[in-house]
Design a protein around this ligand. Structure first.
Ligand SMILES: *Cc1c(COP(=O)(O)O)cnc(C)c1O
Length: 463
């Protein structure tokens, strides 16, 4: 399989070339030249596979430059009950007949990002080892992504992580999760500033090309194709659990921010997985909901981005969205380049009509909707859901259809967002046993001024 850019660069690249890269050189995102088709007969065979076996089958269709035995070993090591809590890895829970949650949040940081990041850690270690290279990952986080990256990369040979976070602004639980890591290759840098300051430092450092090359600076952001590919697997796993035969279709509802999670659903559907609808759910930051209703894409400035009770979906601009638009426009890279250079755009009526062909629907929730959904779900089914999953459930209910199971992706556990659970239910959420008392563990982090030069000299001194 070869990979091309959404902006037209057709220099063919293989999986291991793009694994450690971010954007394509022309500023586009990487996609495979085509989506391998999975027949009903293949689906019938895959139904009985374990999660790791299924992951191997799907990844093999896209990766032909890692020997099969090595790839199998990497997925076997990643998707274990020890790391993800159950032998199903992503078990379904019934909310009511025909409506399910797919649990994607039982990894080490209690959010779905572990599903892909844990694999990425093993892939990075393997590829760097094979090349005899090292990589220093630099990132900014306000919570979920940074901790998922650190738990994936901790103790991995050839990789260091430098993670910037706004000092004192993450929840005590999130701080404890990240700062309690004692691994020598994990560096937590608490910046005296807000998240945007952290992001500006990452940008300034990455734009210093000489520093970047000399110190082998890389990222693990959500546009990484390997992360997206790893996420395709749980759409298949969810489908098999909700159906009895390949004649049946299901729909998925996905709490969305950067469009990474639901884009994996789009890929699964393009491969032939019988998905009827992909229901995109946003919070009050409705950039994507607006697009799917009107064909108008209007990214917001950070000042226009609301801070909500589902913070991992508080995005102003959806970094993975260009991949879907590329497919929607019949892979016309000239048109994609034109639209994304402009920043804001409006599809033509003909282009907009094509959205229904791809099965997308959308909706949004408010804080009050999420509280109500958390309460109602707990009362009716005894299931406690977090604010992001509540957003997905609220929108899913607007699109239920008879005889088409609806699977809502559970993107985080309520323990991560205790404050809103207390507001909704008047009690603390349950916490997995392994994380009880995590706030009392010794913390290892470095406080720094919001100054790129200081961060750079810290990196130089620690690689
Ligand atoms: C990252 C995240 C999302 C949004 O996922 P995207 O892939 O950015 O659309 C939703 N919920 C939680 C809990 C997250 O951490």
């Amino acid at each position: 399989m070869k990979y091309i850019s959404t902006r037209g660069d057709k220099t063919p690249r293989r999986f291991s070339d793009i694994l450690l890269e971010g954007l394509a050189p022309d500023g586009g995102l990487y996609l495979p030249t085509h989506y391998p088709i999975v027949t009903r007969a293949m689906l019938a065979k895959w139904r009985s596979l374990s999660y790791a076996e299924l992951a191997f089958e799907i990844l093999s269709l896209y990766i032909d430059d890692i020997p099969a035995a090595d790839l199998r070993r990497l997925v076997d090591k990643t998707y274990t009950p020890e790391v993800f809590g159950t032998k199903e890895i992503t078990p379904l829970k019934q909310v009511q007949p025909g409506l399910y949650l797919e649990a994607l949040s039982n990894g080490p940081t209690l959010a779905f990002k572990d599903m892909a990041m844990q694999l990425l850690g093993n892939l990075f270690e393997y590829e760097l080892g094979r090349r005899g290279e090292t990589l220093n990952i630099l990132g900014a986080t306000s919570g979920d992504t940074g901790s998922a990256a650190e738990y994936a990369m901790r103790g991995k040979a050839g990789v260091n992580v430098f993670m910037l976070s706004p000092h004192g602004r993450m929840s005590p639980f999130q701080q404890a999760q990240m700062f309690s890591l004692q691994d020598a290759n994990i560096h937590n840098i608490a910046i005296e500033g807000v998240f945007d300051d952290c992001q500006d430092i990452v940008k300034a450092t990455s734009n210093d090309l000489e520093f970047k090359r000399k110190h082998r600076i890389g990222t693990v952001n959500s546009i990484n194709w390997a992360r997206l590919l790893a996420q395709v697997v749980y759409y298949f796993a969810g489908y098999f659990q909700a159906t009895k035969s390949e004649q049946e279709r299901v729909s998925f509802a996905v709490p969305s921010g950067n469009f990474g999670n639901i884009c994996a659903g789009h890929v699964a559907r393009m491969m032939g997985l019988p998905i009827k609808r992909l229901v995109l759910a946003t919070n009050e930051n409705r950039v994507l909901d607006e697009f799917f209703r009107t064909g108008s894409y209007r990214p917001r400035a950070s000042a226009e981005t609301y801070e909500t009770s589902s913070p991992s979906m508080d995005i102003s601009k959806a970094s993975n969205f260009e991949r879907f638009v590329f497919d929607l426009l019949g892979r016309n890279a000239d048109r994609v380049r034109e639209l994304f250079h402009a920043g804001n755009f409006q599809l033509t009526p003909g282009e907009f009509d094509r959205i229904s062909v791809y099965g997308f629907l959308s909706g949004h929730s408010t804080h009050a909707d999420r509280l109500e959904t958390i309460r109602q779900t707990f009362k009716d089914s005894g299931l406690m859901v977090d604010t992001h999953t509540a957003d997905g459930l609220k929108v899913a209910r607007e699109y239920l259809e008879p005889n088409v199971p609806m699977i809502v992706l559970e993107t985080a556990l309520p323990a991560k967002f205790a404050e809103t659970i207390v507001e909704a239910l008047g009690r603390e959420p349950d916490r997995p046993a392994a994380l009880k008392g995590i706030e009392n563990l010794p913390k290892r982090f470095q406080v720094m001024k919001a100054d790129a030069a200081a961060v750079k000299s810290y990196i130089s001194a620690h690689v």
